[in-house]
Design a protein around this ligand. Structure first.
Ligand SMILES: Cc1ncc(COP(=O)(O)O)c(C=O)c1O
Length: 233
């Protein structure tokens, strides 16, 4: 028999400072409980991981690859590491979560140099990217090979699809890749009434997403990456 559980907090209280504060939706909890029977092969070979791919393909289009990780910081570090050689650098807004709010994880854990640019509204533009997009081939400079944006930004602004496309084209033309910290991509999709699949992925580019559903909640954390390798990378 399950022992009776008494919550230690006021479950009627609502706080909107962070989605990390929230509990899990009852339907999600019910689905987890429903899947919690018998045995399934581990290490990604279970039926649910297979289904996760179908769900992401529906939202982001195919081809897509999904790698569940523990949290948003882990998603960013893992995605950026997968996109960069050891000498690579990332251009990001100075307000970006990867720069301000991840305890230095991209630098400490990922060994990644961040090249930050001040912005008016948290959004990068091709012109702002160019302030740091230089020095390829210079052995003294960490090589700018990724442009990272957050959708929606840390300042509450959202990139339009056209703005993302312009950034992706700009990065690709310079041999860089575009990474999106998509912690709030569902908010952006809802606010622009646009499907996530409209994220620009140029032909031949790779586009990967990683999600970290905490077992206690199901807010998808996605890092979205695209583009070609820099010829020198
Ligand atoms: C834009 C953004 N990226 C990444 C993260 C990191 O997520 P986590 O706290 O799960 O590591 C957050 C967390 O709030 C976030 O807002």
């Amino acid at each position: 028999m399950t022992p009776e559980f008494q919550p230690l907090h006021d479950t009627a209280f609502r706080g909107f400072a962070s989605d990390n504060y929230s509990g899990v939706h009852p339907e999600v909890l019910a689905a987890i409980a429903g899947a919690n029977g018998g045995h399934q092969v581990a290490y990604g070979d279970d039926d649910y991981t297979g289904h996760l791919h179908e769900v992401f393909a529906r939202h982001f289009g195919d081809p897509v690859e999904v790698f569940p990780v523990f949290n948003g910081t882990g998603a960013n570090v893992t995605a950026l590491q997968s996109m960069l050689p050891r000498w690579g650098a990332v251009i990001a807004a100075s307000t970006a979560h990867i720069n301000v709010d991840e305890g230095g994880a991209p630098e400490r854990v990922g060994g990644i140099k961040l090249l930050t640019v001040p912005t008016d509204d948290g959004k990068l533009t091709p012109e702002l990217v160019d302030r740091e997009a230089w020095g390829w081939g210079d052995e003294h400079r960490a090589q700018p090979l990724v442009v990272s944006i957050t959708q929606t930004t840390e300042l509450g602004t959202a990139y339009s699809v056209d703005e993302i496309r312009a950034l992706a084209d700009h990065a690709h033309e310079r041999g860089m890749r575009l990474h999106m910290d998509g912690a709030r991509i569902s908010n952006a999709a809802a606010s622009s009434a646009c499907r996530c699949a409209r994220s620009p992925a140029t032909p031949g580019s790779t586009c990967s997403a990683s999600a970290a559903p905490r077992t206690a909640r199901c807010s998808a954390r996605r890092s979205w990456c695209s583009s070609r390798r820099h010829p020198r990378a």
